[in-house]
Design a protein around this ligand. Structure first.
Ligand code: LLP
Length: 428
């Protein structure tokens, strides 16, 4: 079981000595429950693993995974930096207290206004295309202006086709073989390239593709450095570290992983005479994924052609199962000690057939009123939530040191109209 959820003697569950059922009663459902200690421990585990082998190391939290300000504050306090992929994420990161030097902006298909905005915040821009380079040259004074580039290392991996970001089908980064010319062009324009970045995909539990990509990125960096007069301050390997979602997936051995990746990094930086640049990684899921659960209550048991357990959340609350067919473990909070006896489909409250949290899941005998916890709901969960079907988004609470704090209010029906304007002629 993830985070600090424990089964108690009555067959219910607690988190940090708080009764999960009481939390759900107090704040209502659906509810995201975030465990602060787990986020801090996840951060420390990665940081300690890598710095054991290579000191010049930075974690850039990929905040798209979870942009809740309190979550970001926790990671800021731990010392994290930020991978931001939109001006909105840059803005959010600044609001969360990250200084501009701790933010790297890696956008895709970024328009001029957005480049201008990021430039005004003094945040380093990691360029994703030659087009962006040429446009940036017209927006800023390129003389000694620090930039970096995302390259496509021709290695891709991920838990779903949509989450693979390297290789010939990928829209991200510049082509490997173009890299020397692109860096040269940047230098000729007056820019000061200081880094190189790649990100191969998301939800990867196998170290192999990461090792291949590290080799590939270092080879490209070595090639560029041999042809263009520059010094790399950092080489950024991106994110993608997976977490186990199904009971039989295994945890990534982070210490071994760090040893292997830093090993390649050190060998190759030496081989190519790249000095000792910072090694950056950009985990999102690994830091926050297993630190939250989604609490949702069963309101309908339907014995149709299949047995459906109907709950008060839907794919507007947690999209991953509907979007990627992702597995999220489901626990019946108030029957945590009961035997798993029946096969059910756990269905949401959205009017689409794809709105299922689980198909053919074996659970204890569930009744209306039972409370379910959907595990590993910390990454790409609230951040991908919507108001589809005019369902307000849920509340979020933070558990820390046996205390609970509301960190996001539940939306109201009025929130459904935020920003809408009905022209006078249509008003009633
Ligand atoms: N860096 C860049 C440039 C990225 O695009 C991403 C994720 C990351 C880092 C962090 O990847 P992570 O460590 O979290 O795997 N919505 C999908 C995941 C999409 C990830 C997109 N990019 C999901 O729910 O699985």
């Amino acid at each position: 079981m993830d985070l600090n959820l424990k089964v108690n003697e009555n067959g219910g569950m607690t988190i940090g000595n708080l009764d999960v059922g009481e939390i759900a009663d107090g704040y209502g459902t659906p509810l995201y429950l975030v465990d602060e200690e787990r986020i801090r421990n996840n951060y420390k585990r990665v940081f300690n693993a890598f710095t054991k082998y290579y000191e010049k190391f930075r974690i850039l939290y990929a905040c798209k995974a979870n942009t809740n300000l309190s979550v970001m504050r926790i990671l800021e306090e731990e010392g994290s930096s930020i991978d931001a992929v939109s001006p909105g994420e840059v803005y959010t990161s600044l609001k969360a207290g990250f200084t501009p030097e701790r933010i790297l902006f890696t956008g895709n298909n970024v328009k001029d206004d957005e480049l201008k905005f990021v430039d005004r915040q003094n945040v380093l821009i990691n360029l994703d295309s030659i087009s962006q380079l040429e446009r940036l040259a017209k927006i800023v004074d390129p003389e000694n202006y620090r930039i970096s580039f995302r390259v496509n290392p021709m290695v891709g991996a991920g838990h779903h086709e949509h989450c693979i970001t390297g290789g010939v089908m990928s829209k991200f980064g510049i082509k490997e073989e173009e890299a020397p010319n692109v860096y040269k062009k940047a230098v000729d324009l007056g820019f000061k390239p200081v880094g190189m970045h790649s990100h191969i995909g998301s939800g990867i539990l196998d170290p192999k593709p990461f090792k291949l990509a590290t080799n590939a990125l270092l080879d490209v960096a070595g090639n560029v450095a041999s042809k263009v007069d520059l010094d790399f301050e950092f080489l950024d390997l991106g994110g993608g570290l997976g977490i186990p979602y199904t009971p039989d997936e295994k945890l990534l051995d982070i210490d071994r992983f760090a040893e292997e990746i830093t090993g390649i990094f050190k060998t190759k930086t030496k081989e190519y005479g790249l000095g000792d640049p910072y090694l950056y990684i950009e985990p999102g899921r690994y830091l926050v994924g297993d630190a939250s659960v989604l609490l949702t209550r069963v309101n309908t048991i339907k014995n149709s052609y299949r047995k459906f357990v109907g709950v008060d959340a839907g794919f507007n609350t947690l999209l991953r199962p509907a979007m990627y067919g992702s597995y999220h473990h489901v626990v019946v909070v108030n029957r945590a000690r009961d035997e798993e006896v029946e096969r059910v489909d756990v269905a949401g409250n959205i009017c689409e057939s794809g709105d299922l949290f689980a198909r053919d899941r074996i659970l204890p005998k569930v009744e209306e009123g039972d409370l379910l916890a959907i595990l590993n709901a910390g990454a790409y969960s609230f951040s991908m939530a919507s108001q589809y079907n005019s369902r307000p988004r849920p509340a979020e609470v933070l558990v820390n040191n046996g205390k609970i704090e509301l960190i996001r209010e539940r939306e109201t029906y009025e929130d459904l109209f935020n920003g809408q304007i009905v022209p006078k002629r249509l008003q009633k």
